[in-house]
Design a protein. Structure first.
Lengths: 327, 499
């Protein structure tokens, strides 16, 4: 008998395996909301939830291209460092090079994109494994950020700059709108377009994808560049939210992002995953962090809870899968 | 004579498939019992039950007249049942002796392993198989496939195997190795070992087997004495219908050159290869494994672009630097290795079939699901792919049906040139005949086909012209009339013998 790989689920079908994982996540999310709201009356309020949405935007945005990358069996550890580099370039271009702020923002987004494309280029053309390549640029881009900033922070941005990070539109934080739109677009692209189909194909069997005449290398460079661009966008939102620029911005972001994506059911071995899962993962992590903090749990304990939830969600969905006899 | 092992009325189901239905099978001491059936007929499930990997849902296993339960491969081994799978399960970093005695090495009084006794024991076992040219201290990774297989057989004997199961042992062997294997199998038979022999190659079955059992669709069809049956009867038993003609090549008008390759080289692999394939023509490409056949195909297809030389498609000079370019130019390549190169096994039939035409199938950037579904349903009908439907995961299909999916994927690109690398390797007789019939039909429609095959009867039966490769060069070109088994084989091996 041929053995079939259970990592076969594709989006867009209600009977798909991964939706089971997403249902598990949604259930955990509802349970967490319920339990946390019993602990403190400051948690389940519109103000608090909208504020959490504001805090979630950067991780949420970066998690979208990260989902694409992990679906192709890759990884991008350098997103936090790219975020730092872009934040510095935004401030540096405006303050030190005297560029108009708009141009400086565009420049920093461009640099983020290039930083990501460099990752992609080495991964596809020089065949450096993604883990090694982005581990190297994790150090390299952070080093550049620190070198350029010389430990000086940049402040004093004009008022309009804060609209993105601190403003509201129809009562909802500006960046949350951006995150919502980006999430929907990313989900549609992954589930419905031929580009999305290619990502799954590459992650399931890269050799066969290549032998089928798919532009595997171009596809990969594109998603790493997109990851860099998104990290730049997150840097812009972050600087706008906290009103200052420092070179250590975004440190450790890669771990939060990867945790959220994996929690969302994307297999680190490639071939499966959905944007809906990632979105649920991002929301769950953020609400747990916030809810636990509000109920007076200390920071260390919060990390332990998040780690446990990650393991639990994977166990439950594996168990569901085994019960359905897929393996 | 009372059989050593007897299976009675054995059934086994997996979710969604009844793999075996009331099958009976027995092995006597000192016989070679061939097990035949199309892929998906239940052979693998049967040997996995015998070797303790699966447990039957019902039915009994009787060993030496006693009913037994085999709960694990280890228990089966202790009961004297050894299995040699297609993928050899050896440790490449360890030596021959270490591999042979893995898990049951001779011990010294204080419990340490007696390596000298192990080496001596390994030599004795190999000598008993008439193998004298194998260094027991050599790491297994450095050995040829044929030698590794001999190590596996020696390992089985070291465990005092009374029943040896061999799953397609000759699939990856050269002709010389096949003959040595036959000699070893005959020697085992003389020593009273019962050998269960699984192969798709009829000639081997008749050369070795005493009895033949045929399975079809998980059910027992019958057992025959090899001396009292013929290829025709066995094929009929396997497919449940008569195949009058294995190679239905018909003459079709041959048109203009479609693929012209001139002086193509790839550093260290291909050396100045020139060939032409015309519309309606099937050109067979023969050669030993490692002679550069697949490399030539992959160079033309852009996987490993040529370092020098020219390629023309329909008279036009082209530069092929990737598989995507080749596909666009109307070249299709059905690769040698279905599982890793041809298919994305965890994906659905529909998704695999549309893979090479994703761009054309898309409206704007969106995959046109309806068109994709039509493509899949058409292909399933046209190639009679046996599957519940387009949503079936490809990895769950049998080998023959998987190959039809690969073929369907490439024919969806409407190619002008079709390169087929071992188009029928490891697939059952019925699917094989269907693929051959399809090739003839496609040639009749004006497709230029370049077929690589290690099976000489296939090359001779299907080709209008036979090319022979050796050491990265084309060494012979024979028109159909002159292409005899002897002529092709001698061109393939000429220097190999001299060396």
């Amino acid at each position: 008998m041929a053995t079939a790989d259970p990592r076969a689920a594709m989006p867009g079908r209600l009977h798909g395996l991964m939706l089971r994982h997403e249902m598990v996540l949604a259930a955990i999310l509802v349970a967490a909301l319920f339990v946390l709201s019993l602990q403190t009356d400051r948690f389940l309020t519109t103000d608090n939830l909208l504020n959490q949405g504001r805090l979630m935007a950067e991780i949420g945005l970066i998690a979208l291209p990260m989902t694409y990358i992990i679906i192709t069996a890759g990884i991008d550890l350098s997103v936090g460092s790219i975020m730092g580099l872009c934040a510095i370039m935004l401030g540096y271009g405006w303050k030190n090079l005297g560029l108009p702020l708009e141009l400086s923002i565009a420049l920093s987004l461009l640099i983020g994109t290039i930083a990501g494309a460099v990752n992609g280029w080495f991964i596809t053309r020089v065949r450096v494994p993604p883990l090694i390549m982005t581990l190297a640029t994790l150090a390299l881009y952070r080093g550049l950020a620190e070198g350029i900033s010389q430990a000086r922070s940049v402040r004093g941005y004009p008022d309009w700059f804060f609209v993105l990070g601190q403003g509201e539109l129809l009562g909802v934080p500006t960046q949350l709108w951006l995150l919502l739109v980006a999430t929907v677009v990313a989900a549609v692209v992954l589930a419905r377009t031929s580009f999305g189909r290619m990502l799954y194909a590459i992650g399931s069997n890269e050799t066969a994808a290549r032998f089928s005449g798919l532009p595997v290398d171009r596809c990969k460079i594109a998603i790493y560049a997109l990851s860099g661009f998104t990290a730049g966008l997150a840097a812009w939102i972050f600087v706008s939210r906290v009103s200052t620029t420092r070179s250590d911005m975004g440190t450790g972001v890669e771990l939060d992002v990867i945790a959220a994506v994996v929690l969302g059911g994307t297999s680190i071995f490639g071939g499966t995953g959905t944007i809906l899962g990632t979105a649920l993962g991002v929301v769950l992590v953020q609400l747990l962090k916030n809810g636990l903090a509000l109920t007076g749990v200390k920071g260390d304990a919060t990390i332990v809870v998040i780690g446990s939830v990650l393991i639990l969600s994977i166990l439950v969905s594996n168990w569901l899968r085994a019960r359905r006899g897929v393996d | 004579m009372e059989p050593v092992l007897r299976l009675q009325d054995v059934s086994k189901a997996f979710p969604g498939v009844q793999a075996l239905r009331g099958v009976q099978f027995d092995v006597r001491a000192g016989e070679v019992h061939a097990l035949l059936g199309e892929n998906g007929a239940g052979k693998s499930t049967l040997i996995k039950i015998v070797s303790g990997v699966y447990r039957p849902d019902s039915g009994s296993i009787v060993l030496d007249g006693q009913p037994v339960q085999l709960h694990s491969p280890h228990e089966a081994q202790r009961a004297g049942i050894a299995t040699i799978y297609q993928e050899l399960l050896l440790f490449p970093e360890l030596t021959v002796a270490e591999n042979i005695f893995m898990g049951h090495a001779p011990r010294r009084a204080w419990g340490g392993i007696d390596w000298r006794a192990a080496a001596t024991g390994a030599r004795q076992i190999l000598a008993s198989l008439d193998i004298h040219d194998l260094d027991v201290e050599a790491p297994v990774g450095a050995l040829s496939v044929g030698n590794r297989q001999r190590v596996e057989i020696a390992k089985a004997l070291s465990q005092k195997a009374r029943i040896l199961i061999m799953d397609e042992p000759t699939a990856a062997l050269t002709q010389a190795d096949v003959e040595r294997l036959f000699a070893i199998v005959r020697r085992l038979r003389e020593r009273g070992v019962g050998v269960v022999y699984i192969s798709h190659r009829m000639a081997e079955v008749f050369a070795l087997a005493d009895r033949v059992t045929v399975l079809r669709d998980g059910a027992y069809v019958g057992t025959r004495d090899a001396a009292q049956t013929g290829e025709g009867e066995l094929i009929t038993m396997m497919v449940g219908r008569t195949i009058d003609q294995l190679f239905p090549k018909s003459d079709v008008p041959i048109g203009m050159p479609v693929l012209e390759v001139e002086d193509l080289s790839l550093a260290g692999v291909l050396d100045g290869v020139s060939l032409t394939v015309r519309a309606g023509e099937i050109v067979g490409l023969a050669g030993l494994v490692g002679s550069g056949r697949s490399e030539l195909a992959q160079t033309i297809f852009g996987i490993a672009p040529a370092t020098s030389g020219t390629i023309r498609v329909a008279g036009e000079l082209v530069r092929i630097d990737s598989a995507a370019t080749a596909t666009r130019l109307g070249i299709a390549y059905v690769p040698e290795d279905r599982a890793t190169q041809g298919l994305i096994r965890p994906m659905r039939i529909r998704e695999n079939l549309s893979l090479a035409v994703l761009g054309e199938l898309a409206r704007r950037w969106f995959v046109d699901r309806a068109a994709e579904m039509r493509l899949a349903e058409d292909a399933i009908r046209r190639f009679s792919i046996r599957a519940p439907g387009p949503e079936q995961i490809v990895g769950k299909l049998s080998g023959g049906n998987q190959q039809k999916v690969v073929l369907g994927k490439w024919l969806a690109t409407k190619p002008r040139v079709l390169i087929m690398d071992e188009p029928t390797r490891g697939i059952d007789v019925g699917a094989k005949a269907e693929i051959h019939r399809l090739m003839t039909e496609l040639a009749g429609q004006g497709l230029a086909i370049l077929m690589i095959s290690s099976e000489l009867p296939e090359v001779l039966g299907m080709s209008d012209r036979v090319l022979v490769m050796r050491e990265g060069r084309l060494v012979a070109e024979l028109p159909r009339a002159d292409a005899t088994q002897e002529a092709v084989a001698s061109a393939m091996m000429r220097t190999a013998k001299a060396a």
